[in-house]
Structure formats: C-alpha cells, structure tokens
Design a protein around this ligand. Structure first.
Ligand SMILES: Nc1ncnc2c1ncn2[C@@H]1O[C@H](COP(=O)(O)OP(=O)(O)O)[C@@H](O)[C@H]1O
Ligand SMILES: [Mg+2]
Length: 380
C-alpha cells in the first residue's frame, strides 16, 4: 500500500530547535535555559498563527524528557522524543483550550492529574493551545496549580491573543514572543521542501507565495501544497498570481512609483489593468503599503529621504502616503465599488503625501521672513 499523503505543513514540522525558522531569540533562550538548568515551570508562547508555537512547545517537551537529559540538542530518534513527536507519549498532554473552555474540563484534564507522577518521562508537560479561550473560572482554577506545580510538571501555554488572558496568569509565566517569519526565510524553507519533493518552482513564485502568507509558515506551506495540486510538479509565478489574484512584484513597484511621482494617469492605467485581470485590489492595497513602508524605513535609516520609489520622498511624505493607504482600507474592503474606492484611496493618499504640514509651512515662512528687507516686515 502506498504511504498516505501527508500535507507539507505536517510533514515538515520542525523536530529540533535548529529546525525552527526565524525565531532565533526564542530558541536561543530556551536552549540556554535547558543547558544551564534554569527551567521555569510555566512558559507562554505568543505569536501569530503558523509561526511555530506548537512546534516549539513539542520540541521543548522533547528536550526536557530526552534520554539522559534534559538536553537541548537531543536526538529526535531517541524513542521518547519520537513518541512525543508522534503524540504517543502519555506524559505530554496537549489540551486545546478552544474546545475545552469550561472549568470542569480544566479540572478533569489538568488540575486533578498534575499530582500523579509521569508514567514514562521525566516531566509531565501540559501544552495548552489557544489558552486565551479558557473561561475566567478556568483561569482562576488554574492559578494555584500554576503558582506551585509539583516538581515534575511543566506548563507551556500558546496563544495568538494574550490580551485576552488575565494578568495574574501571564505574570506567572515566562513569556516569549514569536514573530512573523520574514519572507526570505519562508522562501528558503519552501525551496528546501521543493528540492526534497522534486518540485520545480521559481524564486519569484515562492516569493509570491511568501507574500500571500504574511509571515505565517503554515499558511505558506498550505498555499504551496495547493499550488502543487493545481500545477503538478512545476509551479510558475504566473500560476500563483492567477490563482490568488496577486499583482506581479514589478507592477506593484510601478504603481508605487506612480504614487510617489503623483502620476495620476499612470495610476488609473495600472489600476484598470489589475482590475481587468481580476486581481484582488485589497491585496494590492496591502502590497502597496508594504512597499511604501519599506521606503519609509529606508528614508529613516538614510536620515530623512529615500528614492526607493523612484522619486525622492521625505519621511514625512512617506508617512502621509502610508497613512492615506491605510485610510483607504475600509472602503476597498467593504465599499460598493471596490475599484472606484481603490482609485479614490490612491489619489487621496497621493494628495496627502503632497500636502504640506502647517508647522513646516510656518517654519519655512519664518525662515524666509528673516531674509526680508527691514521695511517689508509687517510688524515693523
Ligand atoms: N518557525 C517555523 N519554522 C519552521 N516551520 C514552521 C515554523 N512555524 C510554523 N511552521 C510550519 O507550520 C506548521 C504549523 O506550525 P505550528 O508550530 O503548529 O504553528 P502555531 O502553533 O504557531 O500555529 C508546522 O508543522 C511547520 O510545518
Ligand atoms: Mg498551534
């Protein structure tokens, strides 16, 4: 029988610390904690979806329980680590808070079980996913256990939404913030997968997939999976752009340049073209924001202006352009005519970037006034 197909995101779940992409600060601190035997009893992993929270929690559970450990550089083939990876280890308990919010569930699966010694491993590790979903009563019930768990118990909480957690719980945990994964790293990872799975795919196609994924590795891998189902063993940039309604990188740059140069005609022309090709205009707005934001950061780094968009724009102008693009979001997403709202949003953003701030005008007038001949000064 053929081995059942496993989606990329599952097949490529990182199995060791060094396999985790783009979360170096988290990985380094956790590795050090294990090496120096300074292991807290509760950790909180915060971050957007698909950035490595569950993977990191399981890797940490393996490091804690590795044969002869705790050991940050454990062998993933170590039987206990393999059991944990396969979800077969009785002592690593994964609890999905989203589907078990009520206090009786928390009592049954967590509070009433912590006292029992681990069956097989060194530590009992409770991985509680989407922990912010627990009810207030559940959090309260957990507090005491969390304050002084038995020595053989470790908690790892994961959440996308820490604002919804009580401060009393957060303050009892060591908190780590996982970041959106930079596009280049997503592309690198997908490339590795492509080579292993013998898929032919261009860098530009991978870059477009990464752009869609907004820093989420799982999303990037799911999109890649879907593209492979659609295209077979050869995935091109045009396929990705067509399936997801993305505008090619070059066209986005051209539109950003038209904004920077206040070239109204070109703006309308490019928007028409995108619309006729069935591109997703909201996505285009977001991609434009990213371009302008990159230029803004460059301007700041270079002491005030950047020519990244083709014309020299000051940080102030870029900020106002970006602001204008953000203001257009609602209309483009919810308005009756997406295209008209999109055009209006772009033109307004251009106007905003060209408008002069009152305080800078006053300053300029004051400077000019200093050079005026005595008699011409009004107040004399
Ligand atoms: N930092 C990362 N490095 C490598 N792969 C990752 C990373 N984050 C997510 N993935 C991929 O996405 C899948 C889901 O990741 P997961 O750790 O469950 O994300 P989260 O819990 O943050 O939603 C993993 O199986 C893996 O394929
Ligand atoms: Mg998860």
């Amino acid at each position: 029988m053929a081995t059942p197909y496993q989606v990329i995101a599952r097949k490529w779940r990182p199995q060791t610390f060094d396999d985790v992409v783009g979360q170096d600060h988290v990985v380094r601190t956790l590795k050090n904690a294990i090496a120096r035997n300074r292991i807290a009893h509760a950790y909180l992993l915060v971050g957007p979806r698909g950035t490595g929270k569950t993977s990191t929690a399981r890797i940490f559970a393996k490091a804690l329980n590795a044969t002869g450990g705790p050991n940050a550089s454990f062998d993933p083939l170590d039987p206990i680590c393999a059991d944990i990876a396969e979800g077969r280890c009785l002592d690593v308990i994964e609890f999905d808070a989203a589907s078990n919010t009520q206090v009786d569930k928390v009592r049954e699966f967590i509070i009433d079980t912590v006292a029992y010694a681990p069956a097989q491993a060194r530590f009992k590790v409770y991985i509680i996913d989407e922990v912010h979903m627990l009810s207030a009563g559940s959090f309260n019930a957990l507090l005491k256990t969390l304050e002084e768990p038995p020595a053989h118990v470790k908690f790892i909480f994961a959440t996308t939404d820490p604002q919804k957690m009580p401060a009393t719980v957060i303050s009892r945990c060591q908190r780590f913030d996982l970041k959106p994964i930079p596009s280049e790293l997503i592309v690198q990872r997908l490339k590795k997968i492509a080579v292993a799975d013998k898929i032919k795919v261009s860098d530009a196609a991978l870059a477009s997939i990464a752009r869609m994924a907004d820093g989420g590795m799982r999303d990037a891998q799911s999109i890649f999976d879907q593209m492979i189902s659609f295209c077979g063993t050869e995935v091109g940039e045009a396929d990705v752009l067509d399936v997801y309604g993305l505008v090619a990188e070059g066209k986005i740059a051209a539109l950003a340049a038209a904004l920077a140069g206040a070239d109204h005609k070109k703006i309308i022309e490019l928007v028409d073209e995108a619309d006729e090709n069935g591109r997703d205009l909201f996505r285009l707005l977001v991609d434009l924001q990213t371009h302008v934001q990159t230029a803004l950061l460059a301007a700041i780094a270079q002491g005030g202006t950047s020519e990244r968009l083709g014309a020299p724009l000051t940080t102030e102008q870029l900020t106002r352009l970006l602001d204008g693009l953000h203001e257009g979001e609602h209309g483009v997403k919810h308005g009756l005519s997406q295209k008209i709202n999109f055009e209006v949003a772009l033109l307004k953003a251009v106007e905003a970037s060209r408008a002069r701030a009152i305080d800078s005008l006053i300053k300029e007038i004051a400077t000019l006034a200093e050079g005026w001949p005595e008699g011409s000064k009004k107040n004399d």
